[in-house]
Design a protein around this ligand. Structure first.
Ligand code: ARG
Length: 582
């Protein structure tokens, strides 16, 4: 895109002057204030200081040597030595023309492509997926879409919680408490119920406490671990039933995984992991357990990690170490991204640190992309009115129902099936957008009214803007006209300020998508799309499209066409589809 071209020429000019300079530190970013220009660099200030030169003078000299006439107005030196760049209308027209010919859609892939494993969603078997898993699912899926769009090889892996001590209780419950009708109706609800009943009998401070049940749960767990055929069969069945419900939700959210290797997949590897850590001196015995200590890591000094418990059992940490090693052996990834809530930060710091010591030769970047909680309007963690965790399926149902009410009101004459389909797309889109728009590390308040509003930074607003553009082309078609973007590109002109502003927004798409990938922050893309829709509205109010004369008319249609494609692509990267009409 134009920004990269400016950056490249700036780097070349700097290298002509200082052959030893590091081009990676010479960057061109959007101008914080558009009155000064579209893009800006502050790199020459640092460069001059390092070399004891006058920054303004250096900036002036380099600016004169850039050879940017085809792309920008003459660059301006400002303040202590910033250089500001303003894109030329002809450069924007040429960029639009290349997009019209299908040479790009305002976003260039990264080179070289990297292999990235994304570990996300990862709900726990026999428990319903709740709003905590929604953020992981939506965020992880969005990052996968973004990285794929930039040309990377992405491998998504759903690290299902399908192993652990809870299965002792679940097995007792299955054998003594199961209501098979309830299981057929809603398997996870029934599994959750038997778990709750048995858990109450196992916990000492409960009125239902029964030591014999606790004993039995332990025994059932040991039998499962030893491969008892009956218990293994029940355990498999519980996984199967849970996965059916998870998959129903993934289908609704249009989320797919390349792999679903649950925690249990790694069971056979755990003894070997521990033996290897022992042999390398990374863990040692402490009070009967095997533990990694981090005396030389200030943040972890007070937080040793148990890798094998006193009773010989392995844990979440052991499994994650085995998983990491397996992923390295299998896919040789350049990076592994874990998407979970912020409460797991310590866990991942420990796992990453142990893994570094264990396999110092592995260059894989390990990233924990964490997020905050979803709160109810009372500022407390989101619950149902009766105080239960909100189930994801219920939440999606409600989103679709609420959207349906709005759609019915706006389009009373549409056939019911169409209304429902539109409401489905809007409802799911609204939930996803509400999850992706806030800074992921802050808690956010879940509000139906806000996320479904037609005004403001919401999915319905963006979808409405997109369908409005679609309807322009529908009108054109109804009048028997065919719009040809390539022909329009050959004689495109941009003169009105709102046309130019819109073209500049399109050019910016590349920068935004790369920023999302670099910082794992989809909210940048949400805000960009909102601004793009705003720029479109301003243009559409100021500039008649169908009623204007050629060649202005086809230039404006071309802008509409490209804005639609960027909105469609950008929303698609967020995992959000556009309904046929609204
Ligand atoms: N099952 C876990 C949970 O629900 C999340 C797993 C995240 N991934 C991992 N490799 N630890 O909290």
């Amino acid at each position: 895109m134009l920004r990269q071209q400016i950056e490249q020429r700036l780097q070349e000019a700097v290298l002509r002057r200082f052959p030893d300079a590091d081009p990676a530190s010479i960057l061109v970013r959007p101008c914080p204030d558009e009155r000064f220009g579209d893009y800006q660099t502050n790199a020459l200030i640092g460069l001059a200081k390092q070399r004891r030169l006058n920054p303004r003078q250096l900036a002036t000299e380099i600016a004169a040597d850039l050879g940017l006439d085809d792309l920008t107005e003459p660059p301006e030196v400002a303040g202590p030595g910033f250089v500001n760049f303003r894109l030329r209308p002809q450069a924007l027209v040429a960029l639009l023309a290349r997009a019209a010919r299908g040479e790009h859609l305002f976003c260039q892939p990264d080179a070289p492509p990297r292999t990235v494993v994304i570990d996300f969603s990862s709900p726990n078997v026999a428990k319903p997926m709740h709003v905590g898993h929604i953020r992981s699912t939506i965020l992880g899926d969005c990052l996968a879409r973004i990285l794929r769009h930039l040309g990377h090889r992405v491998i998504t892996d759903n690290h299902l919680g399908d192993w652990g001590t809870q299965f002792g209780m679940l097995l007792v419950g299955w054998k003594t408490e199961l209501d098979s009708d309830a299981l057929a109706r809603d398997a996870i609800a029934e599994l959750e119920r038997i778990y709750r009943v048995i858990n109450a009998r196992c916990s000492e401070d409960s009125p239902d406490h029964d030591p014999a049940v606790l004993e039995r749960a332990r025994a059932e767990l040991v039998k499962l671990q030893q491969g008892d055929p009956e218990n293994v069969a029940i355990w498999r069945r519980m996984i199967e039933l849970s996965r059916e419900q998870f998959d129903a939700i993934y289908r609704r959210l249009d989320v797919r995984f390349d792999h679903t290797l649950g925690e249990s997949f790694y069971n056979d590897r755990l003894p070997g992991v521990v033996a290897s850590l022992l042999e390398k001196g990374i863990i040692r015995e402490s009070e009967g357990a095997l533990v990694a200590f981090f005396d030389d890591v200030p943040a972890l000094k007070a937080h040793p990690a148990i890798v094998r418990k006193r009773d010989g059992a392995f844990n979440y940490t052991t499994t994650d170490l085995a998983t990491l090693e397996y992923r390295w052996e299998t896919w040789r990834p350049d990076e592994i991204i874990y998407v979970t809530d912020g409460r797991q930060q310590l866990h991942f710091q420990q796992v990453f640190e142990i893994f570094r010591r264990w396999h110092p030769e592995v260059p894989t970047r390990l990233t924990h992309v964490w997020f905050g909680s979803i709160l109810g309007e009372n500022g407390q963690p989101l619950k149902t009115r009766s105080g239960q965790n909100v189930k994801l399926a219920d939440l999606l149902d409600e989103a679709e129902e609420r959207a349906l009410r709005v759609v019915r009101e706006k389009n009373p004459d549409l056939p019911a099936a169409d209304q429902r389909e539109i409401a489905r797309v809007i409802g799911i889109g609204a939930v996803k957008y509400a999850d992706l728009l806030p800074n992921r590390q802050s808690d956010y308040v879940f509000s139906w009214d806000k996320m479904l509003a037609l005004n403001g930074n919401t999915a319905p607003y963006l979808l409405y803007a997109a369908t409005r553009i679609r309807s322009i082309f529908r009108k054109l078609e109804e009048a028997g006209e065919r719009f040809d973007p390539v022909a329009a590109a050959d004689r495109a002109t941009l003169t009105e300020p709102t046309e130019l502003a819109l073209a500049r927004m399109l050019e910016r798409f590349d920068f935004v998508v790369h920023a999302v990938a670099a910082e794992y922050r989809p909210n940048y893309l949400c805000n960009y799309l909102y601004e793009l829709a705003g720029a479109f509205t301003a243009f559409y109010e100021a500039c008649p499209v169908l009623r204007s004369e050629e060649p202005v008319r086809s230039s404006r249609l071309l802008l509409c066409h490209l804005v639609f494609k960027v909105l469609e692509t950008g929303l698609g990267l967020l995992g959000i589809g556009i309904p046929e009409r609204m």
